[in-house]
Write a protein that binds this ligand. Structure first.
Ligand code: AMP
Ligand code: MG
Length: 322
């Protein structure tokens, strides 16, 4: 029997969410799989649909800055300064949680991750649902995040209660996550709000080396070494000199980098990092087909938005060439 993705209007989505269902919604970063952040049952449905381990906490989405105090407490002035500067937008703040936030949302941590998204449809849905929404990326755990409603339908269409199509995401990578450790701001995950942008508001910040060692408690579990991987092997980094390029290799180019392998797609012909970020996941989805054997990605400068791109590509990459 053919299955039909559960395409949903904004009003239907809000009603579904208010009654404990889970719905994929557009945000400016990537599509999120939303559920009522205050309802443990809805949260359990999100973890189950994604196959996400419960030790990986969710981001809670709100529709205005005033709602921050409903979900978080003991909010440092520097957090407010960042919220005023970059909300609505691709910035997540990790703060002590309010008791109303279920342990399942925070994986038992005493802190909660909060974001006010910029996408007008996301804002409208949160407002209409009248609850904060937990919304991790709407993909299967560890897979490439969706930047279109079609990506969501392909991975989760048969497992969720609705999908709202808001067109392609304009940013294209997950939010920057900032935590406050003893009131010192730390970037747990790089994103479109760059370290320099953050420093321009609150002064020096640390960028956490996010890779986790086995057995060690994870500060930010979603920042695992292996994440965002397509099904066919992707390699990012300098190729060893004697490496034999496999047949059916495809190449994601950046700018005018020279290579003996023809470019299948170019993230940005003019080397623009914003354009490259918006294209990255869509290209990974597009090339992730069995007729391709291997995906190579050109180096990307590790500055500005490139820091987030390098972070995601390192995690998407196979670690060793054999
Ligand atoms: P996403 O999968 O894009 O929804 O991002 C969720 C990620 O946010 C998690 O994998 C964690 O890395 C991070 N996160 C969420 N809550 C917390 C928290 N309380 N403390 C630290 N990191 C968090
Ligand atoms: Mg994710």
């Amino acid at each position: 029997m053919p299955y039909f993705p559960p395409w949903t209007s904004v009003a239907e989505a809000a009603a579904l969410l208010a009654s404990g269902h889970i719905v994929a919604i557009p945000t400016e970063t990537v599509y999120g799989l939303a559920g009522n952040a205050l309802d443990p049952l809805a949260l359990a449905k999100i973890f189950a649909a994604k196959g996400r381990p419960v030790f990986d906490p969710l981001i809670v989405h709100i529709a205005d800055i005033d709602s921050l105090e409903n979900v978080a407490q003991q909010i440092p002035e520097s957090a407010y300064a960042l919220a005023r500067a970059f909300w609505p937008g691709p910035l997540t703040l990790v703060l002590p949680k309010q008791p109303c936030i279920p342990d399942l949302a925070t994986s038992g941590l005493s802190t909660v991750a909060v974001r006010l998204p910029q996408h007008p449809i996301a804002q409208e849905i949160i407002r209409k649902a009248e609850v904060p929404l937990a919304a991790p990326s709407a993909n299967l755990f560890k897979h490439v995040s969706p930047t279109t409603a079609e990506h969501v339908a392909a991975q989760l269409g048969s497992k969720i209660d609705g999908i709202v199509d808001g067109g392609p995401c304009t940013v294209g990578v997950e939010s920057t996550i900032v935590a406050f450790e003893d009131d010192t701001p730390v970037i747990l995950r790089p994103g479109a709000i760059t370290p320099l942008m953050i420093e321009s508001i609150i002064g020096k910040v640390k960028l956490k080396n996010s890779s986790s060692n086995p057995g060690e408690a994870m500060v930010s579990p979603g920042t695992m070494d292996t994440h965002y991987q397509p099904r066919i092997p992707l390699y990012y980094g300098a190729l060893p000199k004697d490496f034999v390029i496999p047949t059916n290799t495809v190449r994601i180019a950046f700018g005018n980098t020279k290579s003996s392998i023809p470019a299948s797609l170019n993230l940005s012909e003019i080397g623009n990092l914003t354009e490259a970020t918006a294209n990255l996941y869509a290209y990974m989805h597009q090339l992730d087909t069995p007729s391709n054997g291997f995906i190579l990605v050109d180096p990307i400068p590790n500055e500005g938005l490139g820091i987030a791109l390098n972070d995601r590509l390192r995690r998407a990459s196979i670690k060793k060439l054999s």
